[in-house]
Design a protein around this ligand. Structure first.
Ligand SMILES: [Ca+2]
Ligand SMILES: [Ca+2]
Ligand SMILES: [Ca+2]
Ligand SMILES: [Ca+2]
Length: 347
């Protein structure tokens, strides 16, 4: 192809790309408030966060380094602990878990190399982390990629596991001391690679993101029927595969927002709840700290902290701007005031 024809073809394809983008789907640029320190591992390391907020506004941000273990940060983004618990990919948590007479927070992380659910406990009263014995639950020959926790109707705890093979498994936990166990209660397949998942404990729904396929909604409880509702496909609403993290910002009994990270164009697609209506897409650009590219795992809280009265979003940044001074790419997390996101949405 001659350069003139190639340029004309490129211009035409750019025009077409612009012409098909509905203005409503154009991403709104916002900026992060602060960032965590870079993780020690070089290259692809940070993947997925989980947030815990106490009623008093204290708490922590947990995040996986998929080469090494679990980081715990303060709500100001300072590193507090690092637990070298292995090649964990995703992490989730639930509070108000009765364990050996204490009101605990249970964190679960997916290890897709040892095929285990790694367990970590946090006691809000003593502000201490611990590991139960045994500290992991084997899931046999299943390789868990993503992980999410939910509450069953009778206050049991579900663990949802996604996989590169598109197979989904759901477990019901048993926390009768001295051990934590889990039994498989559900299994189905979406067909292709899935990672991000989140339970809505209020409405008993489960959302699963297929990386190059669809965002699905299922009932959270195993019923024998696993017919999903397809909320979007990668490419819809200005998104671009892979679809990665999924999280929800709850408001009231069934309201709020569902957010999915669109890794292929560094953006976040947002739907209102309970109607799953598209309400905006945003990107995180350079501001007080550097912007976010090739976004991955996300988590959000609606609970008030000292700094953020209506909560905040945490996202993985694929390449922190401190990387040029380091050997190899380094990753960290960016933290964004929910009020900034709310202002970027159409309602
Ligand atoms: Ca998570
Ligand atoms: Ca991921
Ligand atoms: Ca960055
Ligand atoms: Ca930075």
């Amino acid at each position: 192809m001659s350069r003139t024809i190639a340029t004309a073809a490129l211009s035409l394809s750019l025009l077409t790309a612009c012409a098909v983008m509905d203005p409503a789907y154009v991403a709104v640029p916002i900026t992060a408030d602060f960032e965590t320190p870079i993780m020690a591992s070089v290259g692809d390391s940070a993947d997925d966060p989980a947030i815990f907020i106490n009623p008093d506004g204290g708490g922590f941000i947990a995040a996986t380094d998929k080469q090494a273990g679990l980081y715990i940060y303060t709500l100001e983004g300072e590193q507090r602990e690092f637990m070298p618990i292995g090649t964990i990919n995703n992490v989730d948590l639930r509070s108000g878990v009765a364990w050996q007479g204490t009101d605990s927070v249970l964190l679960v992380a997916s290890n897709d190399e040892t095929n285990e659910i790694m367990l970590v406990l946090y006691d809000p009263k003593t502000d201490m982390f611990s590991r139960p014995e045994p500290a992991a639950i084997s899931v046999g020959d299943f390789s868990p990629y993503g992980i999410c926790m939910g509450r069953s109707a009778n206050d049991g705890l579900y663990i949802g596991l996604t996989s590169k093979a598109g197979l989904y498994q759901q477990y019901l936990m048993s926390l009768s001391a001295p051990t934590i166990t889990a039994r498989k209660v559900r299994e189905f397949t979406t067909g292709t690679k899935t990672e991000g998942c989140v339970f809505d404990d209020r409405t008993r729904q489960l959302y699963i993101a297929e990386e190059t396929g669809s965002l699905y909604q299922y009932p959270a409880a195993p019923s024998g029927k696993d017919e999903p509702i397809i909320l979007m496909q990668a490419g819809d609403y200005g998104s671009k595969a892979d679809l990665e993290g999924v999280t929800l910002y709850p408001v009231g009994d069934d309201g709020g927002y569902l957010i999915v990270s669109s890794q292929g164009n560094n953006s976040y697609v947002t739907f209102s709840l309970p109607d799953h209506r598209f309400v905006g897409r945003f990107t995180i650009v350079d501001g007080a700290v550097d912007g976010v590219t090739t976004t991955d795992g996300i988590d959000v809280t609606a609970q008030a902290t000292q700094q953020f009265p209506v909560g905040f979003l945490v996202v993985q940044d694929d390449e922190d701007d401190s990387s040029p001074s380091q050997r190899g790419k380094r990753q960290n997390l960016k933290v964004i005031d929910w009020r900034t996101i709310q202002a970027a949405l159409t309602e």
